[in-house]
Design a protein around this ligand. Structure first.
Ligand code: ASP
Ligand code: MG
Length: 486
């Protein structure tokens, strides 16, 4: 009885730590992460890793140039090989390093052979997903050398998903397969590859760029961990992308719905599906920085009141519009309903949309990464086959906060800033949690900085005013400072 009980307790207290590519970009980074694992985890905990540094980009370039420029392709091949070998040599003892180098070279030869084949989905995913294999294997070996009992695991052994523009994990099949490994290695740190899964035919399926966060929450949910920490090169989630806006400030707390909306809007910081697997669980989620673990964090809170406050400005300069313009004789509402049903069935909702009844126009906004695939899927609907087209070079700028669409101060400020911009359309979410502008430009850096400056100044005064409960202050703000900034 005791053995089983102990095991169950151990399962219940499990945690999962996920480390992104930026946390594993060089020898120093790997050592730092190994120290974090030693300090913050215990036997039975799960570690999910992305490919080291820019390995995924390098693999994509190698593959791309292998068909068009052999010289360039060899350069990428050489740089991937030397980067991985250097990590292995510098991080492990000679004996262990020799073994891992052998494994790596065997993988690499396999990939070189694959490059001679025509590049289809299967070949592409097999090559591009290999960075995660190398980082999981290496991380586990480092832990072993630290004296921490560990096992690496290729997620394709248990994660099941089929090819699609937004691959979704088959939870039932995956949970069953994973259970075997959890039992087998219940007293080791399991280091698992992010980003990759396998389909029924045994082919590698990629979960989309930055998809390791989704792997992490999905594996966490399948295992029933009670806490997931996503470690990266930034402290947590900020009021804007801190790489773009230097005054952006850290949000120590963000509501689950706000984080979900941020992910849905294709923000760099969160993969679109990250929150989905844990939405109906009690799993705690937090974001921390592997470079400076004590600098702070962002915790995702399950309950937060709707205070119509602004939390985040987000943008994406790589979006496309799928346009459907109907002929006069076509029944607009009927077609629109059909499209919606199709999107729902395939779980491929747009980031924002515009419906113009008068011009019989529907515009659906998607990231460039998935737009072509979705366009292909949509053109299978016979009645819109001849009405559909794709427009490139758009961007999206949005403000996010619970009830934000009901706050006319922020809304007006947002509209004012966009009045001289090439706005294609505005959109707001049904739950009033985000206000979005789709623009026919892909340069929004300056706009985002200006918006951040004005909106967060407004927020500061808004809060002060509420604190002082003084209407005079508030009107003073409207007449003076506020208008200076819009
Ligand atoms: N390595 C993959 C990528 O760069 C997945 C990830 O980083 O989450 O997109
Ligand atoms: Mg990455």
């Amino acid at each position: 009885m005791n053995k089983i009980k102990k095991k169950i307790i151990r399962y219940q207290n499990r945690q999962l730590h996920k480390f992104g590519g930026s946390s594993l970009s060089d020898v120093k980074c790997y050592k730092r992460v190994a120290n974090i694992i030693e300090k913050c985890s215990k036997p039975g905990d799960l570690i999910v890793v992305s490919a080291a540094g820019i390995t995924t980009n390098q693999l994509i370039n190698w593959l791309k140039f292998s068909k068009i420029n052999h010289n360039l392709a060899s350069k990428f091949q050489e740089s991937i090989r030397s980067y991985q070998e250097n990590l292995i040599i510098k991080l492990l003892s000679k004996k262990k390093a020799n073994l891992l180098k052998l494994f790596f070279l065997s993988d690499f030869t396999h990939l070189i052979k694959l490059l001679n084949k025509p590049i289809d989905n299967c070949v592409y995913s097999e090559i591009v997903g290999h960075g995660e294999i190398w980082s999981a294997r290496l991380m586990s070996a480092i832990l072993e050398e630290f004296g921490i009992s560990s096992q690496w695991l290729d997620a394709r052994l248990f994660l099941r998903a089929e090819y699609s523009s937004h691959p979704k994990i088959d939870e039932i099949a995956s949970r069953q397969l994973l259970e075997k490994y959890l039992q087998k290695y219940y007293n080791k740190r399991l280091v698992i590859t992010g980003f990759i899964a396998k389909n029924k035919k045994g082919q590698t399926v990629l979960l989309g760029r930055n998809g390791s966060d989704y792997s992490a929450t999905q594996i966490g949910a399948l295992t029933g961990v009670n806490k997931i920490t996503i470690w990266s090169d930034v402290v947590g989630i900020y009021s804007a992308d801190p790489h773009k806006v230097k005054d952006a400030y850290l949000l120590p707390l963000l509501s689950f719905d706000e984080a979900k909306e941020l992910a849905r809007l294709a923000a760099q910081v969160l993969h679109s599906r990250t929150l989905q697997p844990i939405s109906s669980t009690n799993i705690d989620l937090q974001f921390r920085c592997s470079y400076d673990p004590d600098k702070g964090s962002t915790k995702i809170a399950r309950t937060v009141e709707s205070n119509k406050d602004i939390k985040i400005i987000t943008s994406n300069d790589n979006v496309c519009l799928i346009e459907i313009i109907l002929f006069k004789h076509q029944n607009f509402l009927k077609v629109y309903k059909k499209i919606n049903l199709f999107l729902k069935k395939n779980q491929i909702f747009p980031l924002a949309e515009r419906v113009n009844l008068k011009n019989k126009l529907i515009q659906l906004c998607y990231t460039k990464e998935v737009a072509h695939g979705i366009m292909y899927e949509l053109s299978k609907i016979a009645i819109i086959k001849k009405n559909i087209s794709l427009r490139d070079c758009f961007s999206l700028v949005a403000i996010v906060g619970t009830g934000i669409c009901k706050n006319s101060l922020y809304k007006n400020c947002f509209y004012q800033h966009l009045r001289n911009q090439p706005v294609e359309f505005f959109w707001h979410s049904k739950k009033d949690i985000s206000l979005v502008a789709v623009l026919s430009t892909n340069k929004t850096l300056y706009l985002v900085r200006e918006l951040h400056k004005s909106l967060f100044l407004l927020k500061k005064y808004f809060k002060l005013t509420l604190l002082n409960k003084s209407k005079i202050n508030f009107f003073y703000l409207i007449r003076t400072k506020y208008f200076l900034y819009i």
